[in-house]
Design a protein around this ligand. Structure first.
Ligand SMILES: [Zn+2]
Length: 85
């Protein structure tokens, strides 16, 4: 586990298909695919494009099984967001 140099929060590193490493928040989030144009990273499926699910959208067990989980790039949540990221 490493820590963001800017805000001090825990981050993980994900390897992209292009072989780059990007910092992500350690807890994956439910993603509504196609619902937006934000990128989320997954271990098995690569890049997902969509938006964060709202809590009410993934309340049932079925919804939780069917909704993919993706890691949010840390620069989207960093409280000390660096310019140029
Ligand atoms: Zn940070």
């Amino acid at each position: 586990m490493s820590y963001c140099k800017d805000c001090g929060r825990e981050i993980d590193w994900m390897r992209t298909e292009e072989g780059r490493y990007i910092p992500v928040d350690p807890e994956p989030e439910f993603v509504i695919e196609g619902g937006g144009d934000e990128h989320f990273y997954t271990e098995e499926e690569g890049l997902l494009t969509g938006r964060l699910a709202r809590p009410e959208e993934v309340q049932t067990r079925e919804a939780k099984i069917n909704t993919p989980l993706g890691f949010v790039p840390h620069w989207r949540t960093c409280r000390a967001r660096r310019k140029g990221w």
